[in-house]
Design a protein around this ligand. Structure first.
Ligand SMILES: Cc1ncc(COP(=O)(O)OP(=O)(O)O)c(N)n1
Ligand SMILES: Cc1ncsc1CCOP(=O)(O)O
Ligand SMILES: [Mg+2]
Length: 211
């Protein structure tokens, strides 16, 4: 029998900030963001559970698409909209449990091989990165660049896609020109001199995603 698919998401998830606190989640929801991710790294479940639960509750209040990075058990427990996982997580996470609980799944990919592996899981979206050099996360591979990104988007056809890595406001138009459905970013918002102005500009450029 073939692998069942994860629940679908809109093809265009729009602007997709990835942030590390409930405070950021709250600010961005209030600013009109409708797709976002809580990405807290390397803590024990007990240390992050309260924040994850609070972020999920906020996401529901705003009817937003909140993905929880890494902590898939807590995401299931608190009924998140979705989970984002990396390739290494595929070896250990219980994808059946995530799917059976009705959560959406986003998977990271960096090349053709990882895309093939990710597609086997039939996730809700495929993330492609890193597009440009980034200071936010140490990457073992080279940036894929716009040409490679565009080729991957073409291969994926109608699959919902997300681009991530080193995407500044100036680079957004070129990233969107590849046909990608969503632009994920960290520092372009969290390190901006004026995050509200940056978020407003990004929402104008990328949109908040389809319903
Ligand atoms: C939208 C999106 N794309 C890629 C990533 C990276 O996820 P992962 O490979 O699991 O690495 P960490 O974020 O856990 O360091 C992401 N978080 N979001
Ligand atoms: C989490 C993650 N995964 C691939 S690149 C990246 C960091 C993106 O951060 P920035 O938008 O600041 O380059
Ligand atoms: Mg991860």
């Amino acid at each position: 029998m073939s692998t069942p698919a994860f629940p679908s998401v809109p093809k265009r998830l729009g602007l997709y900030p990835v942030v590390d606190s409930v405070e950021w989640i709250s600010r961005l929801l209030e600013a009109g963001v409708r797709t976002l991710q809580l990405r807290i790294k390397d803590k024990r479940d007990e240390e992050v559970e309260a924040d994850i639960a609070a972020a999920i509750a906020l996401g529901k209040r705003y009817e937003a698409r909140l993905f929880i990075n890494d902590y898939w058990r807590l995401a299931i427990k608190h009924r998140a909209y979705g989970v984002h996982l990396g390739q290494e997580d595929l070896d250990v996470a219980n994808l059946d449990a995530i799917r059976d609980a009705g959560l959406r799944l986003g998977l990271s990919t960096h090349d053709n091989m990882e895309m093939d592996r990710a597609l086997e899981a039939r996730p809700s979206y495929i993330a492609l990165g890193h597009v440009f050099p980034t200071r936010t996360k140490q990457m073992p591979s080279a940036p894929q660049g716009l040409t490679q990104l565009a080729a991957h988007i073409r291969t994926l056809g109608d699959y919902p896609t997300v681009a991530i890595g080193g995407i500044s406001i100036d680079r957004v138009p070129a990233v969107l020109a590849t046909g990608v459905g969503s632009v994920a970013l960290v520092s372009a918002i969290t390190q901006a001199p004026d995050w509200q102005a940056a978020t407003a500009q990004l929402l104008e450029l990328v949109g908040a995603g389809d319903e």
